[in-house]
Write a protein that binds this ligand. Structure first.
Ligand code: ZN
Length: 162
């Protein structure tokens, strides 16, 4: 299992819902979590290892969390700017504005349904990771001026210089 980088068309595709909660799902989640920690990430989405399934794992500092089929039910009105990076866009960091809080519905590896109100760091990570499931990357939110500044780095990544 390996991280794929910006420029790989898989990162721009929509991932598929999980309908079967079996042992292979659990072992996939374990491997995905392992890759996240090995790569020093705080979050990782299945498409980032080339698997188009709606699964994210993250650790906001309070332990590993897994969300299967996460759905954003609503966003808070207030927004906040935070610096983001991404294992699939190595070496690029940018200030991104997103809603402070989000209400999310998801399933665990057993298929049980949960609903949670998140804010702060966990909200930010879940918004970033769930974007991956819809083929979106944080660099899509970068303002035009700043995009010019990161363009040369993006070209380097796409050439394979990660
Ligand atoms: Zn990312």
């Amino acid at each position: 299992m390996k991280i794929i980088y910006v420029g790989n068309p898989i990162l721009r595709k929509r991932s598929k819902e999980i309908g079967v909660f079996d042992d292979s799902l659990k072992s996939f989640v374990e491997k995905l979590t392992e890759v996240m920690y090995t790569e020093d990430g705080v979050g990782l989405a299945a498409p980032q290892v080339g698997v188009l399934k709606r699964i994210i794992v993250f650790d906001d500092g309070s332990g590993t969390k897994t969300m299967v089929n996460p759905v954003m039910l609503s966003f808070g009105e207030e927004t906040v700017v935070m610096e983001e990076g991404c294992l699939s866009v190595p070496g690029v960091y940018a200030d991104i504005s997103r809603p402070v809080s989000v209400r999310v519905r998801y399933q665990d590896v057993y298929g049980d349904i949960f609903e949670e109100m998140l804010d702060g760091y966990s909200s930010r990570i879940v918004q970033h990771e769930t974007d991956h499931l819809d083929g979106k990357l944080f660099i899509d939110y970068i303002s035009h001026g700043k995009k010019i500044a990161v363009r040369s780095r993006l070209i380097e990544i796409m050439k394979g210089n990660v």
